[in-house]
Design a protein around this ligand. Sequence first.
Ligand SMILES: [Zn+2]
Length: 72
Amino acid sequence: MEVEEMDYSSEKKQAGENCVVCGQEKVAGIHLYTSFICTECEKTMIHTETSDPNYKFFVHQLRKVTKPEIYS
Ligand SMILES: [Zn+2]
């Protein structure tokens, strides 16, 4: 019974999605094209300077989002 209740409550919870940046399953976030970016990564990106080495990482990850297919 307890297990069933747990299942029920977890089902009621919004299903998480895999963030394209951190790769973790998160519930809160934004959708960019067909991809999902969690709130944490979104905030981190906003506060990351373009000179920051981490910025390159974000850009690299987001390249997958903005260019899901390569048209030449
Ligand atoms: Zn993330």
